[in-house]
Write a protein that binds this ligand. Structure first.
Ligand SMILES: Nc1ncnc2c1ncn2[C@@H]1O[C@H](COP(=O)(O)OP(=O)(O)OP(=O)(O)O)[C@@H](O)[C@H]1O
Length: 828
């Protein structure tokens, strides 16, 4: 560390606010295609660009994004009639109606819309059978007109189109753009801080799952102190460490937001169908015998049969995959099968013609429908985290808001204290209706899944997740240090020294390695998404852009490979967990987006290594390497420019080499392309890093709650002043002592987003929790599980009355050894 750098740590400069960048996938709604012939970027609607290297006329031109898929519906099916009167049914209505507008059916969104047209058909079917009526212009549950949106425009729209305010009805706006515009506005704070363009939308996924070979013989080598438990337990066996996890073939990527709705309508449950449904549950020996068949019809097929097992048909068994049914038992067509009495009927020595429908009436419904046991959603039952969580033990009322920590793309994050324990948590709350309207349902399921699956010191812990009628909640560990981005902003010239950058880079590498082992690609690494634990260690958060590779590969361990000459005993090949997986969404954050994402030819886990390269660069130089005057130029730079290093910084040869190798534009040559994280960990830049002891190292910066610190939330809130003015907030953003009572409004009839911020929060913290049993299968949020982490050492901070939890300072850690070397560690 140079003298100067030391000083910069000791004398943090005053904080200058720069808006957080928003992840790209969240803001655009069409793809940008790299045209390799013309060397331009085209949108999916065919807009091409000029080709010119002059800065004024960028060779990459982005055109207006297609926002039609975020049409705000004018009419909503109301739950006027009996069958739709469930507390949750309104979301089914919104969910389906949201996609009904013909305006949705544009070429660029054809894939997603076809699935919505299915949903529409299902809806119509439903209406026939259940008397649900559509009420055009219904005053209740009417979607907000979002008049305020008229003032906004898509930031990539040409100036001429910007001057034409749009009617929200005739040409509805994507609300994402409002956020984006606000972020852009926030960036214009005149303080010279770096600006990033916000994020882009997720495109309909067109995954090319290439190379699906059954590569079960990959050798891997062991190290890492933070392997998933399954991986560790498999180290001594030849079975796949992910056997359990992959009992289900349900990949997150396969979750279609309307699949539960469709499934619900297709599913013929015995309870819904009554006896006519049950009669079809006769096992194959009686195929052809059903209520509709008279005994004569099927006479020639009828044979005396010693034992008839009433089970589920193959189709139905498939439908119930993952539910608590013992499939083999149900399907065993043998005498003396271990079936429970209520699941079989034995008719011995009886002519089949004597069998009446009465014989097939089971005494009790199959176990799937047994109310005695909580009915987990299909996803939870088949996922590894089902063992990690128990039934929900809290509800929104268990928490009291302390202050708002941040507002993301779709979620608001509150610092809350649990009333009976005084423990502090970060509670991320999502509005269900907003998520449906903006097609973000899948995102929150992904986020829940990753948080719930992970158990890693550098990934934020999920303690509870639950839902109420109107909101979804993720109750996470409170990372007192806030965003690493904020910490960087408080440093002189917004950067840190190489040694400190190595520390953070190594922790990020370990976290990415772990995610890749679980089969997840993170895709949104940036300082805004790295939170700081009170200890100063990093915590990766915000997984809504992540994706799960199709299937984690089964593999066998040949023998742990010892990496000779290196300080770690062995390393794991993380690449095999996503081998052959490519996805084509356009996701990320402008300055962090990898070239292959811009080109639109699909991308792999290698994007995470690209973003690591950008992150290291930003930590060292206080800026990203390819930032251009605008988005077009940035993309063009990413695709074409070679990496250059400012002269004003004393960066080692190894460090530059690492950055260059991570920022290799050809993903098949990028560092990490052979064995994933192991390649990165073996790079000489990390030579002195003790990978197994990362959590024991002294972090460079220690966050402290202090009245002299920076109030990031308040600064951010100032920018969102018009949007967020809760009446019960004091000036410093803390809540007043006013008791939070649920207002006496019937919220089942009101669109929650039309309420004031204060009332919304009353609802957020006042609604009862909805357990998994209560959320019907046709509810779009059926797969969001309400559950609590099994008891574990809870390291959460305890609330203290004399702290506003508003201001944070980052102090250089004087205990930190310069090298964090093995020797230094054991000396302590
Ligand atoms: N566990 C936590 N501890 C402390 N602060 C947190 C925590 N989680 C989130 N925050 C704060 O809330 C902000 C928004 O959270 P987050 O990024 O997860 O929301 P999001 O809606 O996904 O946002 P984005 O648009 O960036 O994806 C974060 O930047 C951070 O400041």
């Amino acid at each position: 560390m140079t003298e100067n750098q030391h000083q910069s740590l000791e004398q943090p400069t005053s904080f200058s606010e720069r808006s957080r960048s928003v992840s790209f996938s969240k803001l655009l709604s069409k793809s940008w295609k790299w045209n390799s012939n013309s060397g331009t970027i085209n949108s999916t609607q065919g807009s091409t660009s000029s080709h010119d290297d002059s800065p004024s006329q960028s060779n990459v031109k982005l055109t207006e994004a297609d926002d039609s898929k975020n049409v705000i519906p004018e009419t909503i099916v109301t739950p006027a009639d009996t069958e739709m009167s469930s507390r949750f049914s309104k979301f089914k209505s919104i969910f389906q109606t949201n996609n009904m507008s013909p305006a949705n059916y544009t070429s660029s969104t054809s894939k997603s819309n076809s699935k919505y047209s299915d949903a529409l058909q299902v809806d119509v079917k439903d209406k026939k059978s259940s008397n649900v009526r559509t009420e055009p212009q219904s005053p209740v549950l009417r979607s907000p007109t979002h008049a305020h949106l008229e003032a906004h425009y898509h930031p990539y729209t040409s100036p001429s189109s910007q001057s034409n305010p749009r009617s929200p009805m005739s040409e509805p706006l994507n609300e994402d753009y409002v956020y984006q515009q606000q972020n852009l506005a926030n960036n214009n704070n005149g303080n010279g801080s770096r600006k990033r363009s916000p994020s882009a939308p997720v495109l309909p996924k067109s995954r090319d799952i290439g190379n699906n070979d059954n590569d079960t013989t990959n050798s891997f080598t062991m190290n890492s102190g933070y392997l998933p438990p399954a991986a560790l337990s498999s180290a001594n066996s030849t079975s796949s460490p992910y056997q359990n996890r992959n009992m289900s073939n349900i990949s997150l990527n396969d979750i279609k937001e309307d699949e539960q709705v469709n499934k619900f309508n297709e599913y013929k449950s015995p309870l819904r169908k009554g006896s006519s449904g049950l009669i079809q549950k006769i096992a194959s020996p009686l195929k052809g015998f059903s209520q509709g068949n008279s005994p004569n019809d099927s006479q020639e097929n009828i044979q005396p049969f010693p034992s008839i097992i009433v089970g589920l048909t193959d189709e139905e068994i498939d439908d119930t995959q993952g539910e608590d049914i013992h499939r083999n038992e149900l399907r065993t067509p043998q005498l003396g099968s271990p079936l429970k009495d209520d699941k079989k009927i034995e008719i011995k020595n009886k002519d089949i013609r004597d069998i009446t429908i009465k014989d097939f009436q089971p005494k009790a419904p199959p176990k799937v429908f047994d109310d005695a046991e909580p009915k987990r959603s299909q996803r939870l039952r088949t996922k590894s985290f089902s063992n990690k969580f128990k039934d929900i033990t809290v509800s929104p009322k268990s928490f009291e808001k302390v202050r708002m920590l941040g507002q993301g793309d779709v979620g608001k994050v509150f610092l809350v204290k649990q009333k009976n324990t005084n423990r502090l948590y970060a509670l991320k709350v999502f509005s269900k209706s907003q998520m449906i309207k903006r097609n973000k349902v899948k995102r929150v399921l992904v986020e829940q899944e990753i948080l719930a699956t992970s158990n890693h010191p550098f990934i934020v812990t999920l303690y509870h997740s639950f839902q109420s009628e109107d909101y979804l909640y993720l109750c996470m560990e409170y990372c007192m240090g806030g965003e690493f981005f904020r910490a960087l902003q408080t440093r002189k010239s917004k950067c840190i020294c190489e040694d400190d950058a190595r520390f953070y880079a190594s922790e990020v590498t370990a976290a990415l390695e772990y995610l890749h082992l679980l089969g997840f690609i993170y895709r949104d690494l940036k300082p805004e998404n790295i939170l700081l634990h009170k200890s100063g260690h990093i915590m990766l958060s915000d997984f809504d852009l992540s994706i799960q590779t199709q299937d984690a590969k089964n593999f066998k361990i040949k023998s742990p490979m010892i990496t000779s000459g290196h300080n770690q005993s062995a390393m794991i090949d993380t690449k095999i967990f996503s081998d052959g997986f490519r996805t084509n969404s356009f996701v990320g954050t402008e300055e962090y987006i990898a070239p292959e994402v811009i080109r639109g030819n699909g991308h792999t886990a290698a994007v995470d290594w690209w973003t690591l390269g950008i992150l290291i660069y930003e930590m060292l130089f206080g800026m990203t390497p390819f930032k251009g005057a605008d988005t077009n130029k940035t993309f063009s730079n990413i695709l074409k420019n070679d990496i250059t290093f400012p002269n004003n910084n004393d960066i080692s040869r190894h460090c530059k080499d690492l950055i260059k190798k991570l920022l290799c534009k050809n993903e098949s040559k990028r560092l990490g392309c052979k064995m994933g994280a192991a390649d990165i960990k073996r790079h000489p830049f990390f030579k002195k890093v003790q990978w197994s002891f990362l959590r024991n190292q002294e972090p460079p910066l220690i966050p402290k709650l202090t009245e002299n610190g920076f109030d990031f939330a308040a600064t951010s809130a100032k920018n969102k002043k018009n949007k967020n003015t809760p009446a019960n907030k004091s000036q410093d953003g803390t809540s007043t002592d006013k008791p939070i009572d649920k207002p006496s409004i019937d919220y089942s009839k009101v669109d929650i987003s039309l309420l004031s911020q204060e009332d919304q929060e009353k609802v957020m913290f006042g609604e009862p929790v909805a357990t998994d049993d209560e959320v019907p299968e046709d509810d779009p949020f059926h797969n969001f599980n309400s559950m609590s982490l099994m008891e574990k050492d809870n390291d959460s901070m305890i609330y203290g009355d004399n702290n506003s939890y508003g201001k944070i300072a980052y102090t250089p850690n004087s205990n930190r050894s310069r090298s964090n070397s093995h020797r230094a560690f054991f000396k302590k």
